[in-house]
Design a protein around this ligand. Structure first.
Ligand code: FES
Length: 84
């Protein structure tokens, strides 16, 4: 492990080169937010095309978890109502 990101203030370890989606998934966090229709959102395409993995990056706003590399201390939270 090379660091930790924060998911709703929970430490989540990551390995160098991992995306947010990879680190969250390895930690068992698959629910990344709630869509406008109340549906659970998670990683779907994994290549930045579907935007089903949108999360909120502290200080930056929404981004695709499958496209952002982890950085130590990066704070991330779900879009919509959290379930995790
Ligand atoms: S999983 Fe489709 S954009 Fe991230």
């Amino acid at each position: 492990m090379t660091g930790h990101i924060l998911w709703n203030d929970r430490d989540v370890p990551y390995e160098q080169g991992e995306t947010l989606a990879q680190a969250l998934n390895r930690a068992g966090i698959t629910h990344l937010g709630t869509g406008l229709a109340g549906q659970s959102r998670s990683v779907f395409c994994g290549i930045g095309q579907c935007q089903n993995c949108l999360v909120i990056l502290e200080g930056k706003g929404p981004c695709e978890a499958c496209r952002v590399l982890c950085a130590d201390g990066l704070a991330v939270s779900p879009v919509g109502t959290p379930h995790d």
